[in-house]
Design a protein around this ligand. Structure first.
Ligand SMILES: [Zn+2]
Length: 250
């Protein structure tokens, strides 16, 4: 019987693209310390064989950390969150982005991400947040600036808050306090340290925010830069969680 639905479309990589993927596989090989990395290598190898028509089906590893499966997985998280949000009534959302230090040395990435995580965890425990919060989604992202060659680890925190949060949370004052706290705990001046958006209470705006935090553009694996690939695998080796959901988002 023919199975349908689960197989990805066969994409025929050009010779140049195939060569790039083989280069990427070589980078990933350097991180071969965990089973997870082995599964990702198999997944990418299968993709190449499938593209070349040498095998007739592919088994995907479906890991969020796999450069190939990542986009699919992110789209699924988006749909899941959207469903959760549609089940809620009388809830508002605040999106806070925390920017860490820019990193040019990969060996410092893990420490920086760890520090960002710890500080955000402390911020979530603060009374001003606990008073209004019903749940949160935390997404760790590492963006890459190819002009400066630096990585920017940052965190998106989407807070689900009480409808009447404005009674307890005065925008300007709270944002100033948050920024001061983040910089104090980071121990330095950071440009554009935080960004706070109160999401408008319309389906459209909530959708835009969810897409923004769950999908980082449709990058095909061969378009990723070496540094971006290395950044992902540093995170895997360090068993860093990239996605956390709590409270109403669970
Ligand atoms: Zn995969």
């Amino acid at each position: 019987m023919e199975k349908s639905g689960n197989y990805p479309k066969r994409y025929r990589y050009t010779e140049k693209e195939t060569d790039r993927i083989i280069e990427i596989l070589e980078i990933i090989e350097e991180y071969r310390k965990t089973n997870e990395v082995d599964e990702i290598i198999d997944c990418i190898n299968n993709e190449l064989l499938y593209s070349a028509g040498e095998i007739n089906f592919v088994t995907r590893c479906k890991r969020q950390t796999c450069p190939l499966c990542r986009e699919n997985k992110k789209f699924k998280s988006f749909l899941k969150l959207k469903k959760k949000i549609n089940e809620q009534n009388g809830i508002r959302y605040i999106l806070i982005t925390f920017n860490g230090r820019e990193i040019s040395d990969l060996s410092k990435l893990s420490k920086e991400v760890g520090e960002n995580n710890e500080i955000v965890a402390k911020i979530i425990r603060k009374r001003s947040i606990q008073a209004i919060m019903l749940g949160y989604i935390k997404i760790v992202e590492i963006s890459y600036n190819k002009y400066t060659g630096k990585l920017l680890p940052h965190i998106h925190l989407l807070l689900g808050v009480r409808e009447d949060f404005k009674k307890h949370w005065i925008r300007k004052k709270e944002i100033e306090k948050l920024e001061k706290t983040w910089k104090k705990w980071k121990g330095e001046e950071i440009k554009n340290a935080i960004d706070v958006k109160i999401v408008k209470d319309t389906e459209n705006d909530i959708d835009t925010v969810l897409k923004y935090i769950t999908i980082v553009g449709k990058k095909r694996i061969m378009k990723l830069d070496d540094m971006e690939i290395r950044a992902f695998f540093e995170m895997i080796n360090d068993r860093k969680r990239l996605f956390t959901a709590s409270g109403i988002f669970k």
